[in-house]
Write a new protein. Structure first.
Length: 655
């Protein structure tokens, strides 16, 4: 019996410290709401900012009172410093401050806490505030920041050679694709002097679908791309010390699909070898352009070549230009089976600095960047030097229309503006008649409730049928769309505003009365020749086109790797050289014989989506006091089981 008492005593001592043990044993914190109520002369005050600080961690959050003058904090969701084990402790203190400076410090009790403030200052002395969806607290009358659109969802084909995504007109999008979407992008380990280093490839692409609302030269939807908005990056996820490679033992990588040896790297330059690598026996030949390279003799430390009639010896580990062909001798195998491994091309050994062109050092359309930190090679990338925004660009770097592509110089990667969604359009024809604004459609597309009309009259007071009977003073739906003709001081269709006497027509608050161009906005609404209509209102028919759909108006964009041609009727490409390239329909794109050189990455602008905190959860008038939901009951259960087992054991033993 004494043994049982001893065991039970030890166990009860363990239970006495279980709350503290929770703090350090990795248990999740129990929910602990803190409700705050703010009153003035016993009346609730809303839109007042309240902050709560946990004294032992220093972390604080701010909430705004609701119409009942209440706000609620959940301490279990508070962040903690990496050194802390718990966001709060029972008995620990929190400081609660109301806008204006009045504060209370309380010791936390089990379950939940309620704090009531009776303000001594009139509410007018406090600036009313509100909490925006992004978690920011701003003055009540201010506008919340526009919410960032969700980034496009990227899909891929079964072969993982093409990734595509949809974007809305006017959406400034940014996407990143890597090996999880495009299987030909690397995600592997490379070996450097017997050590494995993780590497990966990615493409970041930033662009926008724009219309004639942005630029009248954009007659149809176009994909615009700014300079340095397409970034291909070869990332050393485990940076490689620059001391680990040299000309005798280069760092071998596949950069943008091209075998590349890095010989030297520092903050200002990379020295690389790139080109076609070939193993040749004595007497073997290989072609490079219109030249033929033949191996004549392989010595112990050099090789003699004949390049279309010009002979030259090249020492192991060095590079020479022979008859306009660069040749690097990488390995020699002398003896009876003499052979050599060479790399050859037009620009085999090259010193690269940041901003150098990939193909043409001085005038490249794709340029290098690289990152070296504390003598560790971190990344190499390529980015587009030119922008694609001007329809009159003399070199042909113009915005893309559906069906056109941008290619990396060596055709390793293709970015294609695939298509735009197709839809039927409803034409609304506006004119003046009988002192009213008259609107007519080609079918019964003017909808009020369950009634459909193909024509009606409009004035400042309402919409009328052909017998001038009032139909509504509010709005009329257009076809199957979510677009309405809405009545106010004028009529509006989306951002398009038409005066009922046609004296002015504006878009997004700007008068178009002097414009005679045709326009397409981000919602697919079309209109044109405003000037002609406003100048002659009595002899004017102003036509507005509205998509007959409630679906989003989207464009599809694709990214392909390794020269994969995305199916389509026409495969036009943007120019690689100075001469514009017209549309072509190639069956298969073969990369050039001499692929471009390694390009260091321009550290891509990492676009971080805004951290959107969850909306404020307002407490009920009396926040419920939950029993503390911790794990003490587990220890009690274990203790009961132990007592039962031991009791039964000693009972049987005594018998």
């Amino acid at each position: 019996m004494k043994k049982i008492i001893t065991i039970l005593t030890i166990f009860l001592l363990m239970l006495s410290g279980v709350s503290g043990f929770e703090d350090y044993a990795g248990f999740p914190p129990a929910p602990h709401p803190v409700g705050v109520r703010v009153l003035y002369q016993n009346s609730p005050i809303n839109n007042i900012g309240i902050s709560l600080e946990v004294i032992n961690t220093g972390y604080s959050e701010t909430r705004v009172t609701n119409n009942a003058g209440e706000a609620q904090f959940e301490l279990a969701n508070f962040k903690v410093d990496i050194q802390e084990h718990f966001p709060y402790n029972i008995g620990g203190e929190v400081k609660i401050t109301v806008a204006g400076g009045q504060s209370q410090t309380i010791a936390l009790e089990g379950g939940s806490d309620i704090v009531v403030f009776n303000l001594e200052t009139e509410p007018e002395d406090y600036e009313p505030v509100k909490e925006c969806p992004d978690g920011s607290i701003i003055p009540l009358d201010d506008e919340c920041p526009e919410e960032e659109p969700e980034p496009p969802k990227v899909d891929n084909n079964d072969a993982e050679t093409i990734a595509d995504f949809n974007v809305a007109y006017g959406q400034d999008f940014i996407v990143e694709v890597s090996n999880n979407k495009l299987g030909n992008l690397l995600d592997e380990d490379i070996e450097v002097n017997g050590e494995d280093y993780a590497v990966s490839e990615s493409i970041i692409f930033n662009g926008m679908i724009q219309t004639s609302i942005d630029n009248v030269d954009y007659i149809e939807p176009v994909l615009t791309v700014d300079s340095r908005s397409i970034i291909y990056t070869y990332l050393f996820e485990e940076p490689v010390p620059t001391s680990e490679f040299d000309s005798d033992d280069p760092l071998e990588i596949s950069f943008a699909g091209v075998k590349t040896n890095i010989i030297e790297a520092d903050d200002s330059k990379l020295i690389v070898q790139k080109g076609t690598e070939k193993f040749l026996n004595v007497g073997d030949t290989v072609s490079s352009g219109d030249k033929t390279i033949k191996v004549l003799i392989v010595g112990t430390n050099n090789v003699r070549f004949d390049v279309s009639g010009v002979e030259e010896s090249i020492v192991l580990g060095s590079t020479k230009t022979v008859n306009d062909i660069e040749i690097s001798v990488l390995e020699v195998y002398s003896g009876d089976d003499a052979a050599t491994t060479i790399m050859y091309g037009n620009d085999v050994r090259r010193t690269i600095t940041k901003g150098d062109g990939y193909i043409d050092e001085d005038d490249g359309h794709w340029i290098y960047d690289f990152s070296i930190v504390d003598d560790y090679l971190v990344s190499i990338s390529l980015t587009n030097k030119n922008d694609y925004t001007n329809m009159d660009d003399k070199k042909g770097f113009i915005p893309l229309i559906a069906g056109e592509s941008i290619w990396l110089d060596n055709q390793f990667a293709q970015i294609r503006f695939d298509s735009v969604v197709e839809y039927d359009s409803i034409d609304l024809e506006f004119s003046l008649d009988e002192g009213y604004l008259y609107v007519e459609t080609t079918k019964e597309s003017l909808i009020i409730g369950n009634d459909e009309y193909d024509e009606m009259y409009i004035d400042d007071d309402g919409f009328y049928d052909m017998d001038f009977e009032l139909l509504t003073t509010d709005k009329v739906r257009i076809g199957d769309s979510d677009t309405y003709i809405e009545l106010g001081d004028s009529i509006s269709i989306g951002d398009l505003v038409i005066q009922t006497d046609l004296s002015d027509i504006s878009y997004d608050g700007v008068s178009y009365s002097t414009k005679d161009d045709n326009y397409l906005d981000y919602n697919g609404i079309t209109f044109g020749d405003v000037e002609g209509c406003v100048e002659d209102t009595n002899d004017c028919t102003f036509t507005v086109g509205v998509p007959d759909t409630d679906e989003d108006i989207l464009a599809t964009i694709s990214i392909a790797i390794d020269g994969v041609i995305i199916p389509g009727e026409v495969e036009p490409v943007t120019p690689i050289g100075d001469t514009p390239v017209g549309p072509v329909t190639p069956p298969i794109v073969e990369p050039p014989v001499t692929p471009p050189i390694v390009e260091p990455p321009i550290t891509p602008p990492v676009v971080e989506p805004p951290v959107v905190e969850p909306p404020v959860v307002e407490p009920p008038v009396e926040p419920p006091v939950d029993d503390e939901k911790n794990y003490v009951w587990i220890w009690w259960l274990i203790g009961i089981i132990i007592v039962i087992v031991l009791g039964w054991y000693f009972f049987l033993k005594k018998k």
